[in-house]
Design a binder for this molecule. Structure first.
Ligand code: PLP
Length: 398
């Protein structure tokens, strides 16, 4: 073994088709992960493959210091569909982590302030800035970056309440010498498909405007239809000043991220390093273009809303089981919370991992996020495929 990898599960994938993955022996898995919110359009989509093949045949690579028409066209396309019409500038990069790094750099540069506030327990990427603003900075890699403050995640069952968290946020805004930005996801995906209380984000947005802090939405996982809307920000009427994109941007057919900012923020961040050698390389760009066009043409968020609600309702009776705390989610971002004690909702990570492995044996791939079974199928999932997944879940859980 030469690969540096501490995490891989013993399933070797050889092929993908629609909502299914196949291992080397030809075993078929219904894919309820979609590469962790990546393969929104599903696998082997002809339109995307043709777009990529055409571009690869051109054999082109354009360095970031020259011009390329495709960059301008795609940036315009993203601006046109973004949840805030003022997001008129797109930085090119290669991943979600890099998109978050750009967001942090731009927020600090454009505001002249240093502090970024985020929600505790939310993952935003693996690079130092993203790991520090998120929950991925471990002791072994410390020191983490300075300048980050965290507020707790509101939790209507165990507390703190949304009102208490908002009060804490306002206190931070008041006590610090100006906060550059608040950064979070519109729905907390990696924490276990947790939906914020209804009034939480509209109030956060209000506070940001009041204290002149920028609102940064990390839509690396929620973007491009996952939550039943094109962007998760739309769920709460948010108009982010900065938007981080990745994952579903290429659907896995390429490797790209993007950070959308307003003209004002762009003008305020002239002096930050932004050279990403492979950011929007021509082949990846072709993949992203074809993928986003397909998502828009097929309005995949509508299917995510329809089939997601169907799947959630079908899974709902699992809440009667003694170790299922909650079946939750929105669109095709769903979770089944596994608990040790239903009266206290004590998380049971071990059982969640065991259930995940048992599902895989039965031909259903899912992940764990926190103590929840994390369910994020491709957005082309049909009701029949949803039934197929529920049947395996029932078989394993009951
Ligand atoms: N932000 C969120 C919400 C994510 O879920 C992830 C990855 O899981 C990232 C950022 C980092 O993206 P990447 O793995 O492409 O660097």
């Amino acid at each position: 073994m030469h690969l540096a990898d501490h995490q891989a599960r013993p399933i070797e994938i050889a092929k993908g088709e629609g909502c299914y993955l196949f291992d080397r022996d030809g075993k078929r898995y219904l894919d309820f992960i979609a590469g962790w919110c990546v393969a929104n359009a599903g696998y082997q989509r002809r339109e995307i493959i043709v777009g990529v093949e055409k571009q690869v045949a051109r054999g082109l690579f354009v360095p970031a210091f020259l011009r390329y028409r495709g960059w301008e066209e795609f940036a315009r396309l993203l601006s046109g569909i973004a949840p805030n019409k003022k997001l008129t500038r797109a930085w090119r990069c290669t991943s979600g982590s890099e998109a978050v790094e750009f967001a942090i750099k731009c927020a600090r540069a454009a505001t002249g302030r240093k502090t970024i506030v985020s929600v505790d327990g939310v993952y935003h990427g693996h690079t130092y800035g993203a790991a520090s603003v998120g929950e991925a900075c471990t002791d072994d890699m410390s020191p983490c970056l300075p300048g980050f403050l965290k507020i707790p995640m509101p939790d209507s069952r165990r507390g703190p309440s949304a009102a208490a968290v908002l009060a804490e946020l306002e206190k931070i805004f008041k006590e610090n010498d100006g906060v550059a930005a608040f950064l979070s996801e519109p729905v907390w995906t990696n924490a276990g498909s947790i939906i914020p209380p209804k009034d939480f984000y509209p109030s956060v947005q209000k506070l940001c405007r009041q204290y002149k802090a920028l609102l940064i939405m990390d839509e690396v996982a929620t973007g491009f239809g996952r939550c039943g809307s094109l962007f998760g920000s739309e769920l709460w009427g948010l108009q982010p000043d900065i938007l981080c994109l990745g994952k579903g941007l290429t659907g896995g057919y390429g490797t790209m991220g993007a950070t959308l900012v307003t003209e004002e923020i762009f003008q305020g961040s002239t002096n930050i390093p932004s050279y990403s050698t492979f950011g929007w390389a021509a082949n990846d760009l072709a993949a992203a273009q074809a993928n986003v066009e397909l998502i828009l043409k097929e309005k995949l968020w509508e299917n995510a809303a329809r089939v997601g609600e169907y799947l959630r309702q079908k899974m709902r009776p699992l809440e009667d089981l003694p170790f299922v705390g909650e079946v939750r989610g929105i669109g095709l971002l769903l979770g089944i919370e596994i608990v040790r004690d239903k009266s206290t909702f004590t998380p049971d990570y071990r059982t969640a991992a065991q259930l995940q492995n048992m599902c895989a044996k039965e031909g259903l791939l899912l992940e764990t996020a926190g103590s929840a079974l994390f369910i994020t199928p491709p957005l082309i999932l049909t009701k029949e495929q949803a039934d197929e997944g529920v049947k395996i879940l029932e078989q394993v859980l009951k």
